[in-house]
Design a protein around this ligand. Structure first.
Ligand code: PLP
Length: 450
C-alpha cells in the first residue's frame, strides 16, 4: 500500500470519521491499522499494538479467525443475500434465531434482526410503542432512559442515549424519551454510601413514572453496566430496585446488551450478572465478534405474541442477512465450544482483577472497577474527595495519547480510562496491558506535574 503519510493525507482529505475532529486528523493524521491477530493490531509502520478495547468492544473471539472467514466465504457462494420480508426466510436466519433463543435466559425466545445496535434500538422504540397500542393503550409511549447512557447514533438510538453532546447536534431527543440520572456513585454519590445512592438513583425511575403517570410510560431502557459512559458499575442495590419498579408499574424493561452480551461480564448476558429479567434485549457487537455487521432485539414470548398478532410495519434490507447470520452463528458456536465465557471468569478473577485494583496505588487513580472483562479507572486530582480536574477530560485525553504512543489501545471517557479487551486475552497479554497502562499513567502524571 501507499506510504503512511500519503494514506493519512488521503484519509484527512476524503474520509469523514465518527467522533473525531478535523483538527485532530489534520494535526497528526489517523493511525492506519493494516492487520490484526488475536488481541494484537499491526499498523502501517509495522508497530504491534495491544488492543485492550476489542475494536469498539466487539471482537470477543479475537481477530483473524480463519474458521469465520471460511463460513463467510461459503455462505456468500451458497446464498449471498435474501431478505426475510413478506413470508420468506432462509436457513442462517432460522438457525441463528433458534440459537439465540437457546442462549438467552427466561422466555426471551424471539429475535428481530437489524444491522447494528443503533438500528435494533430504533426497532425497540417502535416495538414497545406498537405493543402498547396493540394492547389498547396507545397513550403508553414514553421511554425512560438515563443520562450518560449510550444506545447508538441514529435519531432513535441517540435520543435514548443520554449524551448531552449528541443531543446538542440534530435537535435530540425525539419526543417521548426522557432521562433520569445515572447510578454513577464515584462522580455523583457525594457523601452517600454506594448502597443508598444506588437505591436513590433507581427510585428516580419511580418518581418519573408517578410524575408522568404510569398510563403514559411504555418502557425503561438501560445498559446493565454503562459502557461508553465510562464503564460505570452500578451499586449492587440499583438493578434489583429497578426490576421491582418495572414489575410494580408494568413497565417493559429493555436491557441494552450491545456491549454486555456474549460473555463480556463473565456470563452470556449482563442481565444475568446484575440479576434482571428484561422483556427485550438489544444485541450487536459480540454477536458476530465484529466480523460482520449484525444486531437485533431478543424479545420475550408475550411481547412477540402481541407484535406477531398483526403486521409490524418495520424491517431493514439487511434484517437477518444470511452472511452475517451464518458468521454470527459460527461465532456463538466458538464462544460455546471453546468455553470462552468460562475463560472470561477465569482470567478476570483474580488474575486481572488484582492487577487492575492495584492501579489504585497510582497517584492519579481514585478507583478501579472491573466486571468480567470490562473495566475502568477514574483519574482524579484528589483521591480522598473524588474531585474532578479543572478541565474535565483533558487528563484522560492525554493519558489515552500516552497509551497509544506506548502501543496500547485504551479509551478515555472524560477522565475515566477504560478497557474491554477481546475475551480470548491470555494472562501474558494482561501483563503487557498492565505494564503499558502503568507506564502511560506515569507519563501522564509526570507531564501534569511539570
Ligand atoms: N448500545 C450500546 C450499549 C452500545 O454500546 C452501542 C455502541 O457502542 C450501541 C447501542 C450502538 O451500536 P452500533 O454502533 O452497532 O449501532
Amino acid at each position: 500500500h501507499l506510504p503512511t503519510a500519503e494514506l493519512q493525507a488521503l484519509d484527512a482529505a476524503h474520509h469523514m470519521h465518527p467522533f473525531t475532529t478535523g483538527a485532530e486528523l489534520a494535526a497528526k493524521g489517523a493511525r492506519v491499522i493494516t492487520r490484526a491477530r488475536g488481541v494484537w493490531l499491526t499498523d502501517s509502520e509495522g508497530q504491534e499494538i495491544l488492543d485492550a478495547m476489542a475494536g469498539l468492544w466487539c471482537v470477543n473471539v479475537g481477530y483473524g479467525r480463519k474458521d469465520l472467514a471460511a463460513v463467510a466465504a461459503r455462505q456468500i457462494e451458497e446464498l449471498t443475500y435474501y431478505n426475510t420480508f413478506f413470508q420468506t426466510t432462509h436457513v442462517p436466519a432460522i438457525a441463528l434465531a433458534a440459537k439465540l433463543a437457546e442462549l438467552a435466559p427466561g422466555d426471551l425466545n424471539h429475535v428481530f434482526f437489524a444491522g447494528s445496535g443503533s438500528e435494533a434500538n430504533d426497532t425497540n422504540i417502535r416495538m414497545v410503542r406498537h405493543y402498547w397500542a396493540m394492547k389498547g393503550k396507545p397513550e403508553k409511549t414514553v421511554i425512560i432512559s438515563r443520562k450518560n447512557g449510550y444506545h447508538g447514533s441514529t435519531m432513535g438510538g441517540a435520543s435514548l442515549g443520554g449524551m448531552a453532546g449528541m443531543h446538542a447536534q440534530g435537535g435530540l431527543p425525539i419526543p417521548g424519551i426522557v432521562h433520569i440520572d445515572q447510578p454513577h456513585w464515584y462522580a455523583e454519590g457525594g457523601d452517600m454510601t454506594p448502597e443508598d445512592f444506588g437505591l436513590a438513583r433507581a427510585r428516580q425511575l419511580e418518581e418519573k413514572i408517578l410524575e408522568l403517570g404510569e398510563d403514559k410510560v411504555a418502557a425503561f431502557i438501560g445498559e446493565p453496566i454503562q459502557g461508553a459512559g465510562g464503564v460505570i458499575v452500578p451499586p449492587a442495590t440499583y438493578w434489583p430496585e429497578i426490576q421491582r419498579i418495572c414489575d410494580k408499574y408494568q413497565i417493559l424493561l429493555i436491557a441494552d446488551e450491545v456491549i454486555t452480551g456474549f460473555g463480556r461480564t463473565g456470563n452470556w448476558f449482563g442481565s444475568q450478572t446484575v440479576g434482571i429479567r428484561p422483556h427485550i434485549m438489544t444485541i450487536a457487537k459480540g454477536l458476530s465478534s465484529g466480523y460482520v455487521p449484525i444486531g437485533g432485539s431478543i424479545v420475550c414470548d408475550e411481547v412477540a405474541e402481541v407484535i406477531g398478532s398483526g403486521e409490524f410495519n418495520h424491517g431493514y434490507t439487511y434484517s437477518g442477512h444470511p452472511v452475517a447470520a451464518a458468521v454470527a452463528l459460527a461465532n456463538l458456536q466458538i464462544l460455546q465450544d471453546e468455553k470462552i465465557v468460562d475463560h472470561v471468569r477465569d482470567v478476570a478473577h483474580p488474575y486481572l482483577a488484582e492487577k487492575w485494583q492495584a492501579l489504585t496505588d497510582h497517584p492519579l487513580v481514585g478507583e478501579a472497577q472491573l466486571v468480567g472483562l470490562m473495566g475502568s479507572v477514574a483519574l482524579t486530582p484528589d483521591k480522598a474527595r473524588r474531585t474532578a480536574f479543572a478541565e474535565p477530560g483533558a487528563v484522560g485525553y492525554r493519558c489515552r495519547e500516552r497509551c497509544f504512543a506506548n502501543n496500547l489501545v485504551m479509551r478515555h471517557v472524560g477522565d475515566r480510562m477504560i478497557i474491554s479487551p477481546p475475551l480470548v486475552i491470555r494472562p501474558e497479554d494482561i501483563d503487557v496491558l498492565i505494564a503499558r497502562a502503568r507506564k502511560s499513567l506515569d507519563e501522564t502524571y509526570t507531564a501534569l506535574k511539570a
